[in-house]
Design a protein around this ligand. Structure first.
Ligand SMILES: [Zn+2]
Length: 252
């Protein structure tokens, strides 16, 4: 398949999108589908909006390039050579959209570009129904481990930001206020039951109504699809801020 809806998918981010001439027919043949989004940095020159664009375009090295201003350049709809040898086929070029963000790999990222990166990944994950857990850095998919270092930011924190953006897209402000209120009571199990109900699932489906950390564990095993995965990413972020049960001194 060619990702002929890629520019539209990118526009779902609200970012400025530039369609580079010929993108619809560019690439090294067909993609098999979209199961992973792989984040890269170009390790390019230290200044300029997208000095690496032509190099990437002419060699078919990524479907998308993210400029320093946060503008998205749509380069190719077909398969691109960006991931190389990976840990599992689903992470490989046939199944992965590659994003090359213009960056040296050493200098700090402009905040506008970093935020845009997360927004772009959220839009792609939403459009192609890719779980946030499948938004991965090249350094995470490349085999053997350690072969690649890009991108040079923490992917766990980055995915949390992606999840935040996805949640923004998924819920009305009213729903979000409700979820935040439930989560602030630190009863993630209860919140999860509300979510299940919201999704039209039977909250009593699990044998024991779970709560707290147990709720998170149970929810992890319950397949209610994409939406719940996004919510769990959010709950994980909340869970990470909760004290251990019976411990009063672990907030440091
Ligand atoms: Zn890379």
């Amino acid at each position: 398949m060619l990702l002929l809806d890629l520019a539209d998918a990118c526009r779902g981010s609200g970012l400025r999108v530039v369609e580079v001439d010929g993108w619809q027919s560019r690439g090294h043949g067909q993609m098999s589908g979209v199961r992973t989004i792989v984040c890269h940095h170009t390790a390019g020159p230290p200044t300029g909006e997208v000095p690496s664009l032509n190099f990437i375009r002419d060699r078919g090295l990524a479907q998308l390039v993210l400029g320093r201003s946060g503008t998205v350049y749509v380069v190719a709809a077909g398969l691109c050579f960006h991931a190389g040898v990976v840990h599992e086929p689903n992470m490989g070029n046939r199944w992965a959209i590659g994003i090359e963000a213009e960056a040296t790999g050493t200098a700090p990222w402009p905040m506008v570009q970093y935020q845009a990166y997360a927004r772009l990944c959220a839009a792609l994950a939403g459009h192609y129904r890719v779980a946030v857990a499948r938004v991965l850095g090249h350094k995470e998919v490349a085999a053997p481990t350690g072969r690649k270092i890009d991108p040079n930011f923490d992917m766990v924190a980055f995915r949390a930001l992606v999840a935040d953006h996805l949640e923004d897209d998924m819920f009305t402000p009213e729903d979000r206020a409700k979820l935040n209120s439930l989560a602030s009571r630190a009863d993630v199990g209860f919140a999860r039951d509300q979510i299940m109900t919201h999704l039209g699932k039977d909250p009593g489906a699990s044998p024991v109504p779970p709560s707290g950390r147990e709720g998170v564990e149970v929810a992890r095993r319950v397949d209610v699809g994409f939406a719940l995965e996004q919510i769990l990413a959010r709950l994980d972020a909340i869970e990470a801020r909760l004290p251990e049960p019976g411990s009063a001194d672990d907030r440091a």
